[in-house]
Design a protein around this ligand. Structure first.
Ligand SMILES: *[C@@H]1O[C@H](CO)[C@@H](O)[C@H](O)[C@H]1NC(C)=O
Length: 154
């Protein structure tokens, strides 16, 4: 139901605000989902919300709302490409200080937003691509927010 309504919402947004879309995401299997909820992920530009088409050599803005169930001043983040089940880290966002991208300290139960402008490298392969975004407490890595989503690199 939540998935369906967010798809509808994305379709609605698609009519008015041409290129800013809510994308569908999946949970990360290995992460305890009770530690954090990722409420909504937006990618701009994203013409088709079912599968955003991102242009290589350009920037894309990724923004997401999350509700951690933990408090920390040491929030770390990382972005990974997934290939045959393996995680390939992106140099641009590897073990990075997330407090520069969202407010710190986090507060348990309080929703906040993280924004990141991502450069899509020209050397990345063209085609469908799955990525995983992680956000965790450096003092306790079982306190982690995590989601996966698909995009198409063109
Ligand atoms: C780490 O986080 C988990 C999940 O919130 C919690 O159950 C555990 O007690 C924490 N460990 C420490 C050492 O604080």
């Amino acid at each position: 139901m939540a998935l369906y309504s967010s798809l509808l919402f994305a379709a609605f947004l698609g009519c008015g605000l041409a290129e800013f879309n809510v994308v569908t995401t999946r949970l990360c299997r290995e992460v305890d989902a009770s530690a954090c909820t990722v409420n909504e992920v937006r990618i701009d530009p994203c013409v088709n919300s079912r599968l955003c088409h991102l242009k290589k050599g350009k920037n894309a803005k990724v923004s997401f709302d999350f509700t951690p169930q933990f408090s920390t001043t040491k929030l770390k983040t990382g972005l990974f490409g997934l290939k045959n089940g393996a995680e390939i880290p992106f140099d641009a966002l590897y073990n990075a200080d997330a407090c520069t991208l969202t407010s710190c300290p986090t507060e348990a139960g309080k929703t906040q937003t993280l924004d990141f402008s991502l450069h899509i490298g020209k050397k990345l392969p063209t085609g469908n691509f799955e990525f995983k975004w992680k956000l965790w407490n450096e003092d306790n890595e079982s306190q982690m927010c995590c989601y996966r989503t698909n995009v198409r690199l063109v």
